[in-house]
Design a protein around this ligand. Structure first.
Ligand code: FAD
Ligand code: NAP
Length: 569
């Protein structure tokens, strides 16, 4: 069995290199799970042919439609996915909704193996009264809106209130809080030439001539000297073509520790550049315009459990704490007595809690300014042990005016502690409610088993239970948590199961399978025209051209009809 890192045992490697009929594999979904599954199969089986089907005309799933626009460095994985798509043994078919345009049994007739990697396209619901009132939005829809997801392009969230309440203490909640409170120049664009510092794009004006960037230059220089690294791509500071900006994913030439240090350094530099407004984001023009008129200046993030159970991570919290023009309001009472509890906690949890405690206790400059009577434009805070009970309607019943919270106590400790209502309630006033309590996968096809309780396809190491030849990877395999690297490891694991089944004859590759040839005729008969990867590259080029006019990396096209027009469909 291969490890998560994808090392293939010798016996399997020998078998894989022997001549055998080409297995045809189909992957459903072109997010990280789909692309990483395809990558691993193509890399470790010299003959396998992999077709990726995607319901949208455009690829990359949540990397395009979920990852926050002010985190452009995360989207570098698109370069790896593009390399995979360019493999001679890989094909991309966008604009094909599996389960509607073609069924899973039809795919099983066309391919030797089918991998379901279609993510989590819905969100959990609170199931409380008032949840559907105007002014209440799911985090999924809100994220989709600012990221140009076609189905959310017309969301038009009402940002005319001063206080927003985000329910949930995950990283998506922090993403949304940051987008709501970021000074516009952090989300906006600045034009310029292609320069690269620690993998972060900068405009030509910034290089050398801007004293505010000298610390970043100095860090890079010092790090390279101290670590005695003559050349490391992460430390490059050189003029590059803009298309190279995103290609800084590198193999470490140095030890893992040094590499991690460099990654941290790089993240710090990215953030500094972002704070200086030197990075461009691909936030859609329409959402930027709406945010420009936003009246929201206070954001509460409310969790049902305590500080030791928050689901967000330290890097994202630190970004929030360092957000220019927004002060953190954390109540020191929430952290009383936690010092001893956190002592034995795993290091990431310990550091995260210590950062919250430090922030709660210290008086940042903005707080002092506020105490001295100067206006602090924006603020945000964390509220704990409050479970949403009802979204309260305004007097005319037309929209949300607040949320009634059940106060909770914790039963048990650590990650598994449960929130039990104490019987006390509290009303929190707000004009905007964002429910950020997690995404949710949906069943795809009656032929595929689905665990509705857990929202996953029941599987063992990616093998769908009871259906030989059917596999799953990513969020639909293990639930809607985990970052891209988690999804990568999980997808390699599924791909490895598939390769082992090929080796052991569980997957019979002897019968001829036509692959896309069969699917194409089915799609034609149903009036569906797939989008190829080169079609996507035309859409990509059109987006980049529109972005260039506005000085941004791209202006996303949000209407699928327009996407199809561009490629002449
Ligand atoms: P997805 O990325 O959702 O991909 C699924 C794909 O399947 C989509 O393209 C979808 O259109 C397609 N599909 C769905 N149904 C069908 C169908 N019927 N037929 C054909 N295709 C279909 N991780 C990080 O490391 N860093 C971050 O900064 C980060 N930010 C995030 C921000 C948000 C808001 C969210 C929600 C997640 C974030 N993550 C981040 C986590 C990361 O996005 C996930 O780990 C990863 O995207 C999961 O990959 P997936 O392929 O399983 O799902
Ligand atoms: P998440 O991490 O699972 O957080 C969900 C939050 O909702 C938790 O605080 C949870 O509290 C709460 N919650 C769930 N059900 C609730 C209910 N009924 N009532 C009240 N609260 C409820 O999910 P997410 O924020 O959607 O993120 C999904 C994944 O994407 C995560 O793995 C995340 O790390 C990743 N992501 C990463 C980044 C990044 O790296 N920058 C950005 C965004 C997302 P309990 O713990 O009490 O259940």
């Amino acid at each position: 069995m291969a490890g998560a890192g994808g090392r293939v045992p010798l016996g399997l490697r020998r078998w894989l290199s022997s001549p055998a009929p080409a297995p045809r594999v189909c992957v459903v979904g072109s997010g990280p799970a789909g692309f990483y599954t395809a990558q691993h199969i193509l890399k470790h089986h010299g003959g396998a042919l992999v077709d990726i089907y995607e319901k949208l005309p455009v690829p990359f799933g949540l990397v395009r439609f979920g990852v926050a626009p002010d985190h452009p460095e995360v989207k570098n994985v698109i370069n790896t996915f593009t390399q995979t798509a360019h493999s001679e043994r890989c094909a991309y078919y966008g604009n094909v909704t599996v389960g509607r345009d073609v069924t899973v049994p039809e795919l099983q007739q066309a391919y030797h193996a089918v991998v379901l990697s279609y993510g989590a396209e819905d969100n959990r619901v609170l199931g409380i009264p008032g949840e559907n009132l105007p002014g209440v939005y799911s985090a999924r829809a809100f994220v989709g809106w600012y990221n140009g997801l076609p189905e959310n392009r017309d969301l038009k969230p009402d940002l005319s209130c001063e206080t927003a309440l985000i329910l949930g203490h995950g990283n998506v909640a922090l993403d949304i809080a940051r987008i709501l409170l970021s000074p516009l120049q952090l989300l906006r664009v600045s034009d310029g030439e292609g320069y690269c510092l620690l993998g972060a794009p900068m405009d030509s004006q910034s290089v050398g001539s801007d004293p505010r960037l000298w610390p970043a230059l100095w860090i890079a220089l010092l790090a390279s000297k101290k670590l005695e690294i003559k050349h490391h791509p992460l430390l490059s500071y050189e003029k590059q073509k803009r298309s190279h900006f995103t290609s800084s994913a590198t193999k470490p030439e140095t030890s893992v520790g040094v590499y991690l240090f460099l990654l941290e350094l790089r993240a710090a530099v990215w953030f500094q550049l972002m704070a200086l407004g030197r990075l461009k984001t691909d936030i859609t023009d329409s959402s930027l315009a709406a945010l420009a008129c936003s009246k929201v200046k206070r954001v509460w993030l409310v969790g049902r459990r305590g500080p030791l159970q928050v689901a967000f991570t330290i890097k994202e919290l630190r970004e929030m704490i360092n957000l220019p023009g927004a002060r953190a309001v954390l109540d020191p009472a929430d952290f009383r007595g936690l010092e001893s509890a956190v002592k034995d906690a795993p290091r990431p949890r310990k550091r995260l809690t210590e950062l919250m405690m430090k922030t709660a206790l210290e008086k940042p400059a903005e707080m002092q300014a506020a105490a001295a009577g100067a206006a602090v434009p924006r603020e945000w805070g964390l509220k704990f042990q409050r479970s949403p009970q009802e979204v309260l309607p305004s007097a005319d019943g037309r929209r949300a005016r607040g949320v009634r919270m059940a106060l909770t106590r914790l039963e048990g400790s650590g990650d598994s502690a449960k929130a039990i209502p104490t019987g006390d309630v509290e009303e929190l006033e707000c004009g905007l409610v964002l429910s950020s309590i997690g995404y949710r996968s949906l069943p795809l096809d009656p032929a595929v088993p689905f665990d509705s309780q857990r929202g996953v396809i029941p599987n063992s190491s990616g093998r769908v239970e009871g259906v030989p030849g059917l596999y799953c990877s990513g969020w639909v395999k293990r639930g809607p948590t985990g970052v891209i690297i988690t999804t990568m490891n999980d997808s390699f694991d599924t791909a490895q199961s598939l390769l082992e089944d090929l080796q052991e004859g569980v997957l019979d590759v002897s019968p001829f399978r036509e692959g896309f040839g069969l699917v194409e005729s089915i799609l034609r008969s149903r009036g569906v025209r797939p989008v190829s990867f080169s079609d996507w590259q035309k859409i990509d080029a059109a987006e980049v051209a529109r972005g260039k006019a506005a000085g941004k990396p791209r202006e996303k096209i949000v209407d699928p009809v327009e996407m199809l027009q561009i490629i002449g469909h």
